[in-house]
Design a protein around this ligand. Structure first.
Ligand code: FE2
Length: 405
C-alpha cells in the first residue's frame, strides 16, 4: 500500500472489490478514553474525533485516532450488551475490524457474499444533512471482520483526511473552556511527530491446519493473490516454529500474512497467542510504515514504548549478511548510520529489491496478543526473513518469562 494510491483505471472503477484505501482499523477495547491516551502518548497519534453520549451515541464510545494515513477507531461499550463488551471480556483489547474504502459498499458486499463470504452484517447507511457513510461487513478468521465503507458528501475519505468528520455523530476535539484537554497532547504530537505513515501489512494468527483454508478464503472472497509463503524451515528455531502465507489485494493496497503454528520442541508463538485469545484467530500484529526508522524508533522509545530486545550477537553478522546481498544485486549498502541502528536495537534485512529496517513492540496490552511492527522499506518488498531466527529466539525469551514456552 502506498500513502497515496494511483488514480484507479477504468477496469478498477467498475470492480466492486477494488480497494481504494484502508478506511480504518477498529479496535475493541475495555476503555476507549484511556486507550486513546495510551496510543496518543506512546505512539504520537492525534486524538482527533469522538462519538459518544454527547453526540448521541448511546451504546458505545468511539475515538478516532489519526497519524499520516492511519486511522484507528477505538471502541468501547457503554452497555453490557454491546459486542465490544463481550469481546473485550473474552479477548482483551484487540483488532475487531480492518475496514476498506470502496466505491460502493453494497456492491462490494454483494460480490464478496456471492464469492462465498459469510455476512457479518448487511448494508446500512448513516446519513445526515452533510452526506452519508454506507457500511456492510463480512466475517473472516476468528473474531475479525472486514467492513466495506463507501462515503459521500462531507464524509468522502479525501475530506476525512483533511480533518472532516469521520461519520455522522463524530465531532472534532476542541479545546478552550469546557473543551477537551487532549488538544494539548495533539499539539505536542504535531510538534514532535513519530512519523508513522500508513498500515504496511497486518498479520493474522489462525489455528493449526487452518492457514490454507483462510488463504483460499482471501483468494475466493476478496480476490486476493498469494504474494509469498514461508514454511517451518524458514521460520523456526531449535524450539518453536510457524508457517505463513502472505495474501495481497489485487492492487497491492494491503498485504495480509496468515500464520499457523508448526510443530516444535516447545510452544509456537502463534499457539501462545491462541491460548490467550480463547483459541480464536485474530490479528497478531499491525506493521506501521515510516520513512525514517531511526527517527521513529528514537521517538517511540522516548515516549516509553517497549520493544523486543535482540540477542547481542545479532549485530556481529548483520552488516555482512545484508550489505553482501545488496551489493550482489547492484544496490548501495544500508545508508543509515550502523551504530545508531545498533544503539536503537533495530533489525535490518535485504532481498533482491533492496533492504528494510524493522522493529517489533512488546504486546500492547496485558495479554500476549496484539503488537505493532515499525517498518521502513528501502526497496525491499519482503518481511524480514533473515531476521526470523534472531527474532523468534527473542520472542521465546519473552514467552519463557511469561511461563508460556
Ligand atoms: Fe510483519
Amino acid at each position: 500500500m502506498t500513502a497515496t494510491m494511483p488514480t484507479p483505471t477504468a477496469a478498477q472503477l467498475t470492480d466492486p472489490l477494488h480497494l481504494i484505501d484502508v478506511d480504518h482499523v477498529q479496535f475493541y477495547v475495555g476503555n476507549a478514553k484511556q486507550a486513546a491516551f495510551f496510543y496518543a502518548h506512546c505512539f504520537g497519534f492525534q486524538i482527533e474525533q469522538v462519538c459518544d453520549l454527547t453526540t448521541g451515541s448511546r451504546d458505545a464510545t468511539h475515538y478516532l485516532l489519526t497519524q499520516g494515513n492511519i486511522r484507528f477507531l477505538l471502541t468501547s461499550a457503554l452497555t453490557a450488551y454491546h459486542p465490544a463488551a463481550m469481546e473485550s471480556a473474552m479477548f482483551g483489547d484487540g483488532v475487531k475490524d480492518v475496514a476498506f474504502t470502496v466505491f460502493d459498499a453494497t456492491k462490494a458486499y454483494e460480490r464478496a457474499v456471492a464469492n462465498g463470504a459469510e455476512s457479518a452484517y448487511e448494508p446500512r447507511v448513516y446519513r445526515d444533512e452533510h452526506g452519508s457513510v454506507t457500511v456492510a461487513a463480512i466475517k473472516t478468521y476468528g473474531r475479525l471482520v472486514h467492513t466495506f465503507v463507501s462515503r459521500s458528501g462531507a464524509y468522502e475519505l479525501a475530506k476525512v483526511k483533511l480533518g472532516g468528520a469521520f461519520a455522522p455523530r463524530f465531532k472534532r476535539m476542541e479545546g478552550g473552556a469546557g473543551g477537551s484537554g487532549v488538544v494539548s497532547i495533539n499539539e505536542h504530537n504535531r510538534k514532535s511527530p513519530c512519523g508513522l505513515k500508513y498500515v504496511d501489512h497486518l498479520v493474522g494468527n489462525v489455528e493449526l491446519g487452518q492457514m490454507n483454508r483462510w488463504v483460499k478464503y482471501y483468494e475466493d472472497v476478496l480476490e486476493f493473490k498469494m504474494f509469498m509463503h514461508f514454511d517451518e524451515k524458514d521460520i523456526s528455531t531449535e524450539y518453536s516454529a510457524l508457517m505463513s502465507k502472505v495474501m495481497s489485494s489485487g492492487n497491492g493496497l494491503i498485504k495480509m500474512p496468515i500464520n499457523e503454528p508448526a510443530a516444535g520442541k516447545k510452544k509456537s508463538q502463534v499457539q501462545e497467542y491462541l491460548d490467550w485469545h480463547q483459541n480464536t484467530p485474530g490479528v497478531q500484529h499491525l506493521a506501521l510504515r515510516t520513512d525514517d526508522e531511526l527517527h521513529s524508533i528514537a521517538a517511540l522509545r522516548g515516549r516509553g514504548v517497549d520493544f523486543l530486545t535482540l540477542p547481542e550477537a545479532y549485530y556481529e553478522n548483520v552488516w555482512k549478511r545484508v550489505d553482501a546481498m545488496l551489493t550482489a544485486h547492484g544496490h548501495t549498502p544500508v545508508r543509515e548510520d550502523h551504530e545508531a541502528v545498533k544503539r536503537l536495537g533495530i533489525l535490518v534485512d535485504s532481498d533482491d529489491e533492496g533492504y528494510l529496517l524493522q522493529l517489533f513492540t512488546k504486546p500492547l496490552q496485558d495479554r500476549p496478543t496484539l503488537f505493532f511492527e515499525i517498518i521502513c522499506r528501502r526497496g525491499a518488498q519482503s518481511f524480514g526473513k533473515g531476521n526470523f531466527k534472531a527474532l523468534f529466539e527473542a520472542l521465546e525469551l519473552e514467552q519463557d518469562r511469561r511461563g508460556n514456552l
